[in-house]
Design a protein around this ligand. Structure first.
Ligand code: PLP
Length: 408
């Protein structure tokens, strides 16, 4: 038998990269499913809204005899369509300022790598979208958490908190607006404060606007690119995944006015050759389509949000504030360890053969032991399924043998 070479080790970077809290419990869910359980998946932001028929038609009708590499910065026609999309949304761009990426995920990595060297720091409100931790680890960047408070809906703390967290190594701020996991939509005052902070200290702003259209109750989304001129410090990260319900298409983009940033990101793009050819071509049809009714999608998600929040607020010991955007909320549960509870839901709990899957929130915190009693809930299923999921959650919390000492 061949013995494993004891000296063969993966990098420290690899060992230190945290697993995704969104996918960590998948093996338990797979086992539960193979045992016949019906699982309501509230752990992942995968909406059940149908993908645009124009996109699917364009995929079916792709007729080129060779699926060739696209341009590294993206299909020129898609970039032109995106210019029109942003124009419709009040943002004026040239197509060379938009680089198509393999999902918004790749745009995050490229943005971090373009502005930070290994050992540099970025400030980010906590809790934060967990994949920033994975990407920061890949890029050798340290994320410095800016604490936010669930009691005021996770809105941003005052400038002095940001000033205190800034060091000589700080290169950028990361602002996810509307926010994943909290669903917070930052108002103009908060964004103006950050813009001023970034400008005065020559910091970049990585503005992740993946959920830019998912704002509720008449709230308005303000893009960082619209906060005065020049906006050389702003790098916008965007994605078609949620907006068009095209998560598997893996199409996103990075937008910047800054020439050096664009040139740097272009080199990263050349190294990875190209984003997917067929999906980019089909994405043109989706972005172009006049049929998409964003108001309808928005009101559907608002209905789902209201279903989840009112149910959660009726469960004893649960604390949650109504989120203003995206399709997530962070809820405090009456348990000491939300990961143990989320695992137990998959391993032990069944009600009429059904259970649910949640994302333990600790993985969205950089601070050790942050959010231990919290979960992130993605309200991406239809209201009827969400109602059932919330009933399951209520029953499970009542049955759970290890409730928090505070809730007893
Ligand atoms: C805030 C945020 N940014 C970026 C992404 C990445 O999206 P994708 O890579 O699917 O385009 C996500 C996905 O959930 C997200 O929530």
């Amino acid at each position: 038998m061949r013995r494993r070479n004891p000296a063969l080790q993966v990098s420290k970077r690899a060992s230190l990269t945290p697993p995704s809290p969104i996918r960590k419990l998948v093996p338990l869910a797979d086992r539960a499913k193979s045992q016949g359980a019906k699982i309501f998946y509230l752990n992942i932001g995968q909406p059940d809204i149908k993908s645009p028929p124009e996109f699917l038609k364009a995929v079916r009708e792709f007729r080129h005899p060779v699926v060739a590499y696209e341009n590294s910065q993206g299909n020129p026609l898609l970039r032109e369509e995106l210019v029109k999309y942003y124009k419709r949304n009040g943002i004026s761009l040239k197509s060379k300022e938009i680089i198509v990426t393999t999902g918004g995920s790749e745009a995050i990595l490229f943005a971090l790598m373009a502005v930070c060297d290994p050992g540099d720091q970025c400030l980010i409100p906590e809790p934060c979208y967990a994949n920033y931790m994975g990407f920061a680890s890949m890029a050798g960047v340290t994320l410095v958490p800016i604490p936010t408070d669930p009691k005021n809906g996770f809105h941003l703390p005052d400038m002095h908190v940001w000033e205190k967290a800034r060091t000589e190594k700080t290169r950028a701020l990361v602002v996810v607006n509307p926010n994943n996991p909290t669903g917070t939509v930052y108002d103009k005052r908060e964004l103006a404060m950050l813009d001023q902070f970034a400008r005065s200290h020559k910091l970049f702003v990585i503005s992740d606007e993946t959920y830019r259209e998912m704002v509720y109750d008449g709230a308005v989304h303000h893009s960082f690119l619209n906060f005065g001129s020049p906006s050389q410090h702003v790098i916008l990260v965007d994605s078609l995944s949620k907006r068009y319900s095209l998560c598997g298409a893996r199409i996103g983009c990075l937008v910047a006015h800054n020439k050096s940033v664009l040139e740097s990101v272009t080199k990263f793009c050349q190294a990875r050759l190209a984003a997917p050819t067929i999906e980019q071509e089909a994405a043109i049809a989706a972005v172009k389509s006049p049929k998409r009714d964003i108001e309808k999608i928005r009101s559907e998600f608002m209905k789902r949000r209201d279903t989840v929040i009112s149910s959660l607020q009726n469960i004893p010991g649960v604390f949650v504030r109504k989120p203003e955007g995206a399709f997530y909320c962070v809820a405090k549960l009456p348990v000491n360890d939300a990961e143990a509870f989320s695992s137990w839901l998959l391993t032990d709990f069944r009600d009429r053969g059904q259970t649910l899957m949640l994302a333990p929130a600790n993985g969205f915190y950089l601070t050790q032991n942050g959010g231990l009693d919290e979960v992130r809930i993605a309200y991406v299923l239809k209201s009827e399924d969400l109602k059932r999921s919330m009933t399951l959650l209520k029953t499970a919390l009542a049955d759970y043998p290890k409730k928090s000492t505070a809730s007893l």
